[in-house]
Design a protein around this ligand. Sequence first.
Ligand SMILES: C[S@@+](CC[C@H](N)C(=O)[O-])C[C@H]1O[C@@H](n2cnc3c(N)ncnc32)[C@H](O)[C@@H]1O
Ligand SMILES: Nc1nc2[nH]cc(C(=O)O)c2c(=O)[nH]1
Ligand code: SF4
Ligand SMILES: [Mg+2]
Length: 214
Amino acid sequence: MYSVKEAFYTLQGEGGQAGRASVFCRFTGCNLWSGREQDRTNSICRFCDTDFIGTDGQNGGKFRQASELATHLEALWPAQAAYARPYVVFTGGEPLLQLDAVLINAMHARGFEIAVETNGTLPAPDGIDWLCVSPKGRADIKQRSGNELKLVYPQEDAMPERFMALEFDHFFLQPMDLAPRGEAGNTTARTVAYCMANPQWRLSLQTHKIAGID
Ligand SMILES: C[S@@+](CC[C@H](N)C(=O)[O-])C[C@H]1O[C@@H](n2cnc3c(N)ncnc32)[C@H](O)[C@@H]1O
Ligand SMILES: Nc1nc2[nH]cc(C(=O)O)c2c(=O)[nH]1
Ligand code: SF4
Ligand SMILES: [Mg+2]
């Protein structure tokens, strides 16, 4: 059984694939926050910008079989998009609590390239085509390799120096959006300054928020 909060067609907003047309599948639930506001300050991850509780979002629901979910996601890719490889981004919540080999195979069988956005606390299954790990606070990193490491900045317990030795092709810093916590502050300027002083890091902006698309 897979629980999906929402699924939709959009542009990937973040990281090295920003701008690419994508079907997003947002799984329900996370291991670093319950998703309830009253638990936010006592959680390992405290700045989340996402509602991942329940299955009541757009195209959300419960799916008994991988094939059922794969067919549901495939239908969100536009039929006329003949020249582009179909692309699905599994996110959440924490997608590695639910994504398994059967679902990976079912998406590949439908011609999709598969991307994952994970907090890195669980090992990733084989077969993911673009793996993004985004470490959180003091949480231990179990998935220490991948295509991109995309760190939200600044985090007191997860400063960039800690992650430089990991095996990733790209290292991105993404300014923390403080709005979910109702705070103000210029995290973008601080992120820019860090990338300019430490050129191994590149800036990732949440372009879907700038563009106002989701
Ligand atoms: C909502 S998370 C879901 C996937 C997974 N649980 C994770 O944390 O990577 C998707 C992406 O949004 C980022 N993100 C979440 N809250 C954010 C915020 N307030 N500002 C900037 N990025 C944020 C995460 O770091 C992650 O890269
Ligand atoms: N457009 C868009 N791009 C994204 N990239 C990562 C996101 C996520 O929440 O995982 C996200 C998202 O929520 N929307
Ligand atoms: S780990 Fe990801 S989904 Fe979970 S609370 Fe943090 S940002 Fe949100
Ligand atoms: Mg998001």
